[in-house]
Design a protein around this ligand. Sequence first.
Ligand SMILES: [Zn+2]
Length: 210
Amino acid sequence: MTESKLREEICYFGQSLFDRGLTPGSSGNISAKVDGGWLMTPTNSCLGRLDPAILSKVDERGNPISGDKPTKEAFLHLSMYAERPTAGAIVHLHSTHSVAVSVLADIDPDEPIPPVTAYYVMKIGKLALLPYYPPGDLTLANAVREVAGRHHAVLLANHGPVVAGKDLETAVYATEELEETAKLYLMLRGQKLKLLTPAQVADLHRKYPS
Ligand SMILES: [Zn+2]
C-alpha cells in the first residue's frame, strides 16, 4: 500500500472508531509502518477529525520527520514495533468496556479476559495486563516492550488497550474484538460460565496462530 493510501486509511479508521464511540474526545492513537519510518496520529488530536496531510511521521527513535507533533505515546508504539518486527500497525484506544475490565481488582493479570468466544482467541490470543503507569511516561513504554514479544495485545490498567496487527485493518478489527469481548465478559460476571476448554483454545491457536 502506498503511503498516501495508508494516510487515508488511518483517517478512515480513526473516524469510524470515533463515530462508534470507541475512543472519545482526543483519546486514542494509531500508528502504521511506512518506508523510512512510521505514521502516527498527532498529539491531542481527535481520531474523528484527522487530516491525512498533517499526520506525524517519525523515525525509529521517535524523531519527527514531517507533519504535526506525534502522540505522546509514540515511544509506546515504537517499543511494540521493536519487539514485533512483523507488526504493520498499532491501535490504542480508551474504549469503555476494555478500560472497565482493566480497573477490576480481582482479575488474573495473566488472563484478564478468559476464553469466552472462539473469535476472541483467534484475534487476540493471549491478552497481557500491565500495571498502571502514567500516560506518555517512558516507564509505560518500557513495560510494554517487556511483554510485546509474547503478546500482540496488551491492556494498560486504568487506561486502555494497545493492539498490534500485520496491517491497520487487522489491528483495528482485533481491537474491536477485544472491546466486544470485554463487554460480554462484564455482562457475564457473577454467572456460572462454560468457557472454551484448554484443548479448544490450543486447537484454535494451532489453526490461527496470532
Ligand atoms: Zn491512552
